[in-house]
Design a protein around this ligand. Structure first.
Ligand code: NAP
Ligand code: ZN
Ligand code: ZN
Length: 346
């Protein structure tokens, strides 16, 4: 066993505090990774605060992990010491069900093994990336291309793939009219990726405070949803809308912005149920859909796409003792656009 420093949530209401956790001994297919940077995803906050149901405490969250391989198990073939690697939201799956066979490990019919808050295949609870090191089976480790710095790459492991996958699935490319609701961690990556795919991109943010940034990141248009006129002006005008908002919003208002056959894809995961009126969908054959992260092969494809297009996250690097303050800023929509923890400070 390897004992490493980490930060853990110990209750739904208290702050995250320093602790130590144990990582398993290297199995034949395992990779031991020294974590360099760990992104803060809003899902970490939902989980740390038991917003998606009761969390088992203490929990070390974090699933946007970038680092360097320290050591590999005897039968590992894909990685060697010194390789630059990443780990996202999953650390294993059954590998046998129809979905796993199709490369859709995130939809594993036996339940994918989450990077934190899950039970690993050896029966032990998984603990995430707010830590100095992690041990992961090689098939769930990603290669970070040379062109991408580890700090800006870390958020790609969740925010990047969660937005890349639906953009690809719903066929976004030149000629697509894409709107992104919420310019946070996921939203800013959605803007960069949709722009790089050739789409016409519109940001729908609560206010115009981040307009300059949005346009710089690749958006063609930027509207404030606090302004009622926005909804009249943009009616029936998008092929794909990606909702990245972490809170409940009035979906009916946004569905009205879809053109015929348009799809609103929900990736935001608020604790409250969302509601949709049938007549927001029926009159224009619109779809309301959801999407969860992406498969392992698709995550590698996304990382390679980002390297090719020179895309990384916009980040603010913090020390471990600033995590609780960073959480408050994320909750206040005051993040530009992802907090990344320097893992040498755990
Ligand atoms: P984030 O950085 O906090 O961004 C969310 C953005 O939503 C905010 O920056 C803000 O943008 C907007 N927003 C927040 N509260 C709002 C409100 N009350 N009304 C309207 N807009 C609001 O969060 P994130 O890390 O991108 O994650 C977003 C959501 O996606 C979370 O619920 C997270 O759990 C979920 N998620 C899902 C998946 C998946 O696989 N489906 C993966 C990762 C994360 P503006 O200031 O621009 O309005
Ligand atoms: Zn995440
Ligand atoms: Zn499976």
């Amino acid at each position: 066993m390897l004992t490493v420093n980490a930060y853990a949530a110990t209750s739904a209401t208290g702050p995250l505090t320093p602790t130590t956790i144990e990582r398993r001994d290297l199995g034949p297919h395992d990779v031991l990774i020294d974590i360099t940077f760990s992104g803060i995803c809003h899902s970490d906050i939902h989980t740390a605060r038991s917003e998606w149901g009761a969390t088992n405490y203490p929990i070390v969250v974090g699933h946007e992990i970038a680092g360097v391989v320290r050591e590999v198990g005897a039968e590992v073939t894909k990685f060697a010491a010194g390789d630059r690697v990443g780990v996202g939201c999953m650390v294993d799956s059954c590998r046998e069900c129809d979905n796993c066979r199709k490369g859709l490990e995130q939809y594993c019919l036996n339940g994918n093994v989450g990077t934190y808050g899950a039970v690993d295949r050896d029966g032990r609870p998984t603990q995430g990336g707010y830590a100095q090191a992690i041990v992961v089976t090689e098939d769930f480790v990603l290669r970070i291309p040379d062109g991408l710095a580890l700090d800006v790459a870390a958020p790609l492991l969740c925010a990047g793939i969660t937005t890349y996958s639906p953009l690809r699935h719903w066929g976004v490319g030149p000629g697509s009219r894409v709107a992104v609701i919420g310019l946070g961690g996921l939203g800013h990556m959605a803007v960069k990726l949709a722009h790089a795919m050739g789409a016409e991109v519109t940001v729908l943010s609560q206010s115009l405070k981040k307009q300059e940034d949005g346009l710089r990141l690749g958006a063609d248009h930027y509207y404030a949803t606090g302004d009622e006129e926005t909804f009249a002006k943009l009616a029936d005008s998008f092929d794909v809308i990606l909702n990245t908002v972490s809170a409940k919003i009035d979906l009916d208002a946004y569905l009205g912005l879809l053109a015929v056959d348009g799809t609103l894809v929900n990736v935001g995961a608020p604790e409250e149920p969302l509601s949709v009126r049938a007549f927001s969908l029926i009159p224009a054959r619109r779809s309301f859909a959801g999407s969860m992260i992406g498969g392992i092969a698709e995550t590698q494809e996304m990382l390679d796409f980002c390297a090719e297009h020179g895309l990384g996250a916009e980040i603010e690097v913090i020390r471990a003792e600033q995590i609780n303050e960073a959480y408050e800023r994320v909750l206040a929509s005051d993040v530009r656009y992802r907090f990344v923890i320097d893992a040498s400070t755990f």
